[in-house]
Design a binder for this molecule. Sequence first.
Ligand code: GTP
Ligand code: MG
Length: 445
Amino acid sequence: MKAGTIFAVASGVGKAGVAVIRVSGDAAESLFTTLRARCPQPRTATRVSLFEPLTGRLLDEALALWFPAPKSFTGENVVELHVHGGRAVIDGVMAVLTGLHGFRLAEPGEFTRRAFENNKMDLTAAEGLADLVDAETSAQRDQALRQMQGALGDLYEDWRHRLLRASAYLETTIDFAEEDIPVGLEADVRSQVTTLKQQIAAHLSDGHRGERLRDGVRVAIVGAPNAGKSSLLNQLAAREAAIVSARAGTTRDVIEVHLALAGIPVVLSDTAGIRKTSDEIESEGVRRALAQAAQADFRVLVADPGQTPLLSPDLLALIDVQTLVVLNKADLNLPVDGHFPCEAVSVSALTGLGIKELLETLTSKVRDRFDLTDQPSLTRARHRTALDRCLQALTRFEEVPSLIDRPELGAENLRSACMALGHITGRVDVEDVLDVIFRDFCIGK
Ligand SMILES: Nc1nc2c(ncn2[C@@H]2O[C@H](COP(=O)(O)OP(=O)(O)OP(=O)(O)O)[C@@H](O)[C@H]2O)c(=O)[nH]1
Ligand SMILES: [Mg+2]
């Protein structure tokens, strides 16, 4: 950990009623002497006058909080000054702090990093806290809060402890004569590992629920040129985000707008009309449109009943269970021509007819697939990679032909699996846990 007493404005930028200046480190308390204010009772909001130390000029009438270590956010001595949120007040206090010996401006994330290093929270909780600060929709907030409170960390720690126990159990047998090894040990450890593997695999195959809730569910609007894709995007976003024109091939770049459907963040993208073309720029647009369609969690396929064929073979090929077909231009009352492969919703992107129903259908599809469940979901690729490594180590464990003959090999693979889980929470120091487990271990001998 980098040394020093750190400080930063913890509230947002810009003029506000109140700004919070946070200070953490050994010397935090000395701040009160410097600013000629009396030190408040611990954890009691107290009104203080803050003075410029050299000139004695009043800087502000503030509210101060004093959290002596270790009962603070970072686990260190922490002072919070709630000053008036004007530029000159903040600058005045910050200038004093900058001039103090051993004080420096905090780096990004440094308060939380210190909290982690002082065992105030594990890495998943720290990530949850970062997500909470970034959360823009209610479902994002719920997920971040749950993770910050430790739901994900507890799950991984529980798995890690189960593995540590199994590995410790195996390791105690290493020095045993074969006839002393308890009957059923091998089957017992193997069945514990199989159960855990199934739980991890189920957790991994959640359709990226937690990651999408964090980053946004991807919905791509696709279709033939002039079908009304950009008009539909504008209707759904309730603003003129994309250019609309009667000329086929207007949209080239992918245009994204952000929505919240039932509190779930959605990134809706408008794309170029898909058709065969010799125009170099348009064909790049079509390539991008197809790429968006492939990556998206849902596709909204827009068709214009006035066009023949209604859907080209390329577009028909995009239809699957995650595709919602929309028949646009319902205001023109044109008959729908020919055979149609699935259910469709009729709308008019021009008049707004059917848009409410389309939004409801889309919302319920998004909720069904991505809303929060009772189980905490992994929220980052980092978790996924570590869990994959954990599963690989457990598979290597299963491949050890006999644990009675090679207990050390079995234990080693279990320890690698533990390490992978420990990387997610940041608790990689397995030795201390092993000590605890060994101490109260009873193997019946
Ligand atoms: N009558 C009617 N016209 C519509 C409707 N939706 C779009 N249009 C018109 O259809 C034309 C094409 O609309 P766009 O939204 O630009 O279509 P697009 O699918 O984005 O077209 P490209 O970007 O060229 O692929 C415009 O003249 C729109 O005004 C609708 O619901 N009813
Ligand atoms: Mg367009």
